[in-house]
Design a protein around this ligand. Sequence first.
Ligand SMILES: CC(C)(COP(=O)(O)OP(=O)(O)OC[C@H]1O[C@@H](n2cnc3c(N)ncnc32)[C@H](O)[C@@H]1OP(=O)(O)O)[C@@H](O)C(=O)NCCC(=O)NCCS
Length: 165
Amino acid sequence: MPFDIRPIAPADIPAIAALARATWEVAYHGIITPAQIDYMLAQRYSAAQLQADLADAHKWLYQAFMDGERVGYAACEVSEKGEFKLDKLYVHPDMQRRGVGAALVEHAASIAREHGHAAMILYVNKHNAQAIRAYGKYGFTVREKVVTDIGGGFVMDDFLMEKPV
Ligand SMILES: CC(C)(COP(=O)(O)OP(=O)(O)OC[C@H]1O[C@@H](n2cnc3c(N)ncnc32)[C@H](O)[C@@H]1OP(=O)(O)O)[C@@H](O)C(=O)NCCC(=O)NCCS
């Protein structure tokens, strides 16, 4: 099925936040608590945070459409350490396993190359087997294990994965 990738604009923010919630509630069910899902969605997907992300010259946010329907989105950025990082990658539960994730990752890789990076990193929850399988298929390997305190009494228990681009 054909799909296309477009940048996210301010007018898309409510739809991206809604797609995030629809995807997170399925993807993280049984991995993190509903309270942590709410906490992290509020941190990352508030209108103010997404506006700030869109205004940041070191961040790229884009979305995938299939038959005119928004089916996924991704965001990448240059980290504080100067590494190119895939920060968000989400495909609606009903639209997974059709190559959208692969296309969004390839788009990130092309942005990384354009900006002179030789590799791309990401953090993925250690228990998110579906995403870890997908990342393995895309050529990522585990570099290290990282536990990050995100406030509110919550932590992220992640693998840091890396792939050459
Ligand atoms: C991870 C994710 C972005 C991959 O996107 P996608 O469009 O489904 O991926 P692709 O179509 O490119 O498929 C890549 C691989 O993902 C895995 N995968 C995707 N959906 C799956 C599912 N429902 N069940 C099992 N494996 C699945 C498979 O290994 C698949 O390869 P295969 O079909 O050859 O076996 C998507 O599954 C997703 O949004 N998951 C929930 C959110 C999430 O965990 N995001 C990552 C946060 S770090």
